[in-house]
Ligand binder design. Structure first.
Ligand SMILES: Cc1cc2nc3c(=O)[nH]c(=O)nc-3n(C[C@H](O)[C@H](O)[C@H](O)COP(=O)(O)O)c2cc1C
Length: 191
């Protein structure tokens, strides 16, 4: 599949099954991420791969963070939401957490470093699509929770850009491409 075909074919699939990207395919996917546009080559990102036991352990981090957020807000935790935090990573056999890692630079502002990490995340989705896998980019409250950041080894100045779910869709779950219509999106500048 060429790049434009992958861009057009990519759709978000909420539940993905086995197989997860193979070891070799994961390397291709993460190398695609590392090739993202990156002003001044700061490499302001890292990728944390969750699978198997690591995924379950990280589900516990998400669930504990949920309980802590409830306590901070003075709200009773909802058992169903707690259970969802524990198990939601299992909606796919692999999750790649794309993190924006702030590098010291007098020239490149944080917003551009974060943009590079966002571009890396999109490269993950496109490379996975090109290799025949399904994917979905998710965030939600855990992406902005300092306890989750800390469990990923991030500092308070870093960000979780997305939890990228990867796996294989059933035939029934596959979706038609998005409509690429440009209506109202394009302007030609006229002085
Ligand atoms: C930064 C970002 C965060 C997102 N977080 C979520 C999320 O937490 N839950 C969700 O259902 N969709 C989320 N989405 C949207 C889906 O990933 C998806 O793009 C959207 O449903 C449109 O479907 P499509 O990708 O097939 O066009 C997020 C998208 C982006 C770019």
């Amino acid at each position: 599949m060429d790049a434009v075909e992958a861009i057009r074919a990519r759709r978000s699939i909420g539940r993905l099954g086995e197989p997860a990207p193979s070891h070799d395919d994961l390397k291709v996917i993460l190398e695609a991420a590392a090739c993202a546009p990156d002003h001044d080559s700061l490499r302001p990102f890292k990728f944390v791969v969750l699978e198997d036991d690591g995924m379950d352990a990280f589900g516990k981090v998400l669930a504990d963070a949920y309980l802590a957020r409830c306590e901070e807000a003075g709200k009773d935790p909802e058992p169903a939401k707690h259970e969802k935090e524990l198990t939601k990573l299992r909606r796919a056999p692999m999750v790649v957490v794309v993190c924006a890692v702030r590098r010291p630079s007098e020239k490149i502002p944080w917003v551009e470093q974060r943009d590079a990490a966002v571009a890396a995340a999109q490269n993950v989705l496109l490379a996975a699509t090109a290799l025949g896998y399904g994917s979905m980019w998710r965030t939600g409250d855990p992406a902005y929770d300092p306890r989750v950041r800390s469990a990923l080894g991030l500092g308070s100045e870093d960000d979780v850009v997305g939890f990228l779910y990867l796996g294989t869709p059933t035939d029934a779950a596959r979706k038609a491409p998005n409509d690429p219509a440009l209506d109202g999106l394009v302007e030609r500048y006229q002085p």
